[in-house]
Design a protein around this ligand. Sequence first.
Ligand code: RRO
Length: 287
Amino acid sequence: MVDLSLELSGIKMKNPVMVASGTFGYAKEFADLVDLNKLGAIVTKSITLKPRAGNPPPRLAEVAAGLINSIGLQNDGVDYFIHNHLPYFKTLETPLIVNIAGETVEEYVELARRLDKEVAVKGLEINISCPNVSKGGMEFGVDPKLTAEVIGVVRKATTLPLIAKLTPNVTDIRPIAQSAVEAGANILSMINTVLSSAEVTVNGKRHMLKGGLSGPAIKPIALRMIRQVREVVKVPIIGMGGIMGIEDALEFFEAGAQAIAIGTANFVDPKTAERIIEELEIRGSAP
Ligand code: RRO
């Protein structure tokens, strides 16, 4: 069988196909459906310092070729994660990347310090691009100076490989990418969701859902931005945004991504990543 293995700035992966944050829970939920040990890496839903209830419903709307979400960073906090989810990841061969999000720079630092001590954690994805919270999140990732500030302080708090997750909701993504790399990001992941809105009717009541758009609708935006960033930085790029199958995956590699992440497609077919891996193996060559 063809060897698809690679090392992304110290993260050893069997293949370049990962599952994206927020679309794969804490992996265990998918164990009956997916061979978790086949995946290149697993990225968790964003973890915050304290538990968060997330935004009130409605939180999701399916639109043409995509999905709008406004989850609002719902999670049980880092302590709960360490005690209740991390033990399961220790039973897997697949590297675990933890996505972290803070309202302040200090919160990112504290999260990095706590997770740095956990041997099962192989990398941190710094979420500076959540579109659905009033404090923190995307606020950092739309400004090159704030991007540098967050990445810089997290860099000092951990020796783990750092992945900066970039937002597409900017006029020019290149200065943000450069800033993240100069401040110490080893890898860039892109793109997070695109700011959008849709009218949703629930029990006869109309709501205006504002959130982040993902899925095939945003693939051309992701590809354009990866091409732009590839021109100005040398670090590996994890490409994501609407990858549904092997043809999409190949387009991302061609645009300059070293690895890819499957997100929204997991809601359609949780086996998407596994299928793409098998097809890359059949093609007989690493991308
Ligand atoms: O939780 C969310 O609402 C969310 C997050 Br943290 C993110 O990074 N991207 C997104 O589309 N939703």
